[in-house]
Design a binder for this molecule. Sequence first.
Ligand code: 13P
Length: 271
Amino acid sequence: MAYVFFILFMLIRVHAWFKKEEMMKRLIAGNWKMNGTMSAAIKLAQGIVEAIQNDSKVLENNDFLVCPPFHHIVPVQAELSMAVSLGAQDCSPYEVGAYTGDVSAAMLKDVNCDYVILGHSERREYYVESNDLIRQKAAIAHENGLIAIICVGETEAQREAGEEQEVVGKQLAESLPEGATAQNTVIAYEPVWAIGTGKTATTDDIAAMHDFIRGQLKAKIDNADTLRILYGGSVKPSNAAEIFAVDNVNGALIGGASLKPEDFIGIATAG
Ligand code: 13P
């Protein structure tokens, strides 16, 4: 009798596992950073749409997102098909008013953005963005119906000192706002030393960190198994398959390789 229960239990577990795997498409996200002219951005968007049309099977396992510079968002949107979502690379922590140079979450929603990248290590480093500020931005992004892609990651010195989990754990604990859910939040793990350097973390390092992040999320968020955790840092078609094969990697946040349609879509088809 116990055997029958055990087998039934296992069948239910396996079924649930397959359902989860089947439900969670990868998110292939392009962070265009501060690159390109208006015409180059439009050409890039057209190239991405064309590459997807030429290989539409790629949509079975992948959702696509591009995050252009602010002023390219509207013209890029005019080129995108329904298959590619639109996001920004930052937003203001404030709702509206006298904040020179800022773009609000509501303004992004108004031009049909669904996502916003927050706390990228370049913003943490060059603009001294703190976890507190990132949490405020994420909260206002959520209030305005945007999905916040919250970036975390350690520097080379922190990894060498064996502090990577402590650093990422603190970033997660302090940058995630109260209302974060598996639906309105994506985490991007980007080791700072792997960004734009051609160096990627080993698959063992990625597995250990993504597993750690999943554990931290489970302690904080319902259904944390369905929250996407992206890897970022020198992802390209030639290393995408091994990265996507790692447990708890649910997509990629791509810089350099997202600026060429064949590489961006090639990353999705490789894995
Ligand atoms: P690269 O893919 O150029 O290393 O950049 C990664 C990144 O910072 C994405 O946000």
